[in-house]
Write a protein that binds this ligand. Structure first.
Ligand code: PSU
Ligand code: MN
Length: 312
């Protein structure tokens, strides 16, 4: 029931770099029409980085890897569901349409054999008990590198990092020692690893896999010129108050909080969200290129032949 677009299958078969992209950010994360523009721009950014973009989504009951422009437009403009692993089967069974969350996109990417995936901010542990995104369990389950700007800023970043440790998900800071804070550049939370080159990132992932450890790796890339943390905090408080007042529950929580943040910030959080998504797509394309050319662990050619994308 997973439809792999023929051009994606061909690229994977030839060992060319492919980057998976999610679609809940398109269907539930961003306002229209910025959402469709963003989806198309992310695909362009990945292509400019010499990798093939494969956006994942559910269209008429098919989990599709490599949506075409018409399908992207449908997801961006129609009222569709939000597919997490817990409701994906039901949506497919009733031939519905949905954006796929990080968790569901990881499942599809792994099934297709795609090793690199770009998103904005991952879901994680919410500030209000008890709500934890299925993204965390999925990061621990699927052997895929997820390039992100850290957990979304409406979440409890410290608790999210603790859960990632418990679940055994390696978190690597891209040219950074601290967990990225989505709308803010860096949090004060120390990471277990950092990478300054694509070869270091690729080597860390290959070692994780070669050791037989399950699951994937989270790359944390701080956004440039993020929002001042104190300012953001007041918006986040207000967003939670809005969501509480409206009695939002379950899978509606994250979209409601992001929408409230956008409103409270006069659109500033949306502008940053677009910028970090683009930066993550760019880095993911470069990572996919490095992985495609990466030597097996234990060989030394990584240090003697640096990737051409090292100028990133
Ligand atoms: N990144 C963004 N915006 C988003 C999301 C990620 O910049 O809207 C989506 C992702 O699809 C992620 C989901 O999986 O939000 C998390 O939802 P929840 O907290 O309900 O698991
Ligand atoms: Mn939830």
């Amino acid at each position: 029931m997973i439809d792999l677009a023929p051009h994606v299958a061909e690229a994977l078969g030839a060992g060319r770099p492919v980057v998976a992209l999610e679609s809940t950010v398109l269907t539930h994360g961003l306002p229209r029409p910025a959402n469709l523009e963003l989806a198309l721009r992310l695909e362009r950014v990945v292509a400019e980085g010499d990798a093939l973009p494969a956006t994942v989504g559910v269209v008429d009951g098919r989990l599709r890897v490599g949506l075409d422009a018409g399908e992207l437009e449908r997801l961006a403009t129609e009222a569709v569901d939000k597919a997490s692993p817990w409701n994906l089967g039901a949506i497919v069974a009733r031939a519905g349409c949905a954006g796929t969350t990080v968790a569901t996109t990881l499942h599809a990417a792994a099934a297709a054999g795609i090793e690199v995936f770009a998103t904005g901010g991952i879901g994680g542990v919410h500030r209000e008990a008890y709500d934890e995104s299925a993204d965390l369990a999925a990061l621990a389950r699927y052997p895929v590198i997820t390039v992100s700007a850290g957990p979304k800023s409406v979440l409890d970043a410290a608790a999210t990092l603790e859960r990632l440790e418990t679940l055994g998900v390696p978190v690597v800071g891209w040219r950074s020692d601290h967990l990225a804070g989505f709308h803010v550049g860096e949090t004060d939370l120390s990471l277990p690893a950092r990478a300054d080159t694509l070869d270091e990132l690729a080597a860390a992932f290959r070692a994780h896999r070669t050791l037989g450890l399950p699951g994937g790796m989270l790359v944390s890339q701080p956004v440039n010129d993020g929002i001042d943390p104190a300012t953001l905090r007041t918006w986040v408080e207000a967003a939670h108050a809005d969501a509480r007042a409206r009695g939002v529950r379950g899978k509606g929580v994250t979209p409601a909080l992001l929408a409230a943040l956008a409103e409270r910030s006069g659109g500033e959080t949306v502008a940053i969200n677009l910028r970090l998504l683009e930066a993550n797509a760019r880095l993911a394309a470069a990572v996919a290129g490095a992985l495609a050319g990466a030597p097996a662990p234990g060989t030394t050619s990584a240090s003697t032949s640096p990737s051409p994308k090292e100028a990133l």
